[in-house]
Design a protein around this ligand. Sequence first.
Ligand SMILES: Cc1cc2nc3c(=O)[nH]c(=O)nc-3n(C[C@H](O)[C@H](O)[C@H](O)COP(=O)(O)OP(=O)(O)OC[C@H]3O[C@@H](n4cnc5c(N)ncnc54)[C@H](O)[C@@H]3O)c2cc1C
Length: 288
Amino acid sequence: MFMTDYPLAEVTSLGVGGPADFFCRPKSAMEVAQAQSYARENNLPLTVIGYGTNLLIRDGGIRGVVMQIAHHFAQAKVEGNILTATTGCLMSSLAKLALHHGLSGLEFAVGIPGGLGGATYMNAGAYGGEIGPLIRGVEFVQNGSIGHWNRDEFHFSYRSSRLQNEVDQAIVTQVELELSLGEQEKILQEMNKLQHQRRSKQPLEYPSAGSTFKRPSGHYVGPMIEKAGLKGLRIGGAEVSTKHAGFVIRVGKATARDFLELISIIQGTILQEFGIELEPEIRILGES
Ligand SMILES: Cc1cc2nc3c(=O)[nH]c(=O)nc-3n(C[C@H](O)[C@H](O)[C@H](O)COP(=O)(O)OP(=O)(O)OC[C@H]3O[C@@H](n4cnc5c(N)ncnc54)[C@H](O)[C@@H]3O)c2cc1C
């Protein structure tokens, strides 16, 4: 069930970071529960990841067990306006499935590269849409057993969900999304428009983990970083994108340390120039 010393750089979009002591890819909620129980019984910390598109893993890697929920745990079905999917489904695939059934609500998600589990954890969103309000119910594994929450029990807010604050880690295995009936042609037009916007504004030609920082209320991160003169600043192989300063990208060979240093410089400069504390949107995991 477990692989050892697994190179996590291979399972993240940034492509940096050290190994996991133990690595597994469960294929069912039952296997998730078994792996969680194994980690607890053996006193090993457990870290869950999806497609690693929102992660910066430090160069020392992650101790204990890393569980990846991705392609091998990806099934979805549509009944009426309810789309039920396991959390290894890609957001882009779910958006296309909704389009196929003439269901509206997931247009915003067509260009989000990660999976449903990570999107639920992060309350992912774009262009005015967000996953939280679409969620009707969630199945999760906690303390080795399966439980359910409905939307109201989830406490979604901007890029935040209950999952980020649970003392006992909850691993989401399945999500029910409530969509609305729409016109296929209009849904497709909206998706194409948003994809075009994304391609023209974001540095998709380079590895990144998406927007580096959360948007502080009343401000836009990219323009602030640009105004502070940091566009194009490079530390090792990490660079503030010249296309969109809200993205830190990998240009060539890089270490997690390069990214951490660059992020810290940006935070320090923005605090000094604008008095604003930038909070990372990307999740920083592991040991130096
Ligand atoms: C080019 C690019 C563009 C992006 N654009 C957007 C955007 O427009 N909007 C946006 O919101 N995000 C965006 N992102 C970030 C990212 O794609 C989303 O946050 C995505 O939903 C994360 O999913 P993931 O599977 O990659 O999760 P990961 O990055 O692997 O994990 C993210 C967090 O979720 C937790 N997690 C993952 N799966 C589970 C699970 N099953 N149960 C419990 N916790 C879990 C992990 O522990 C981690 O803390 C972008 C990223 C890139 C690279």
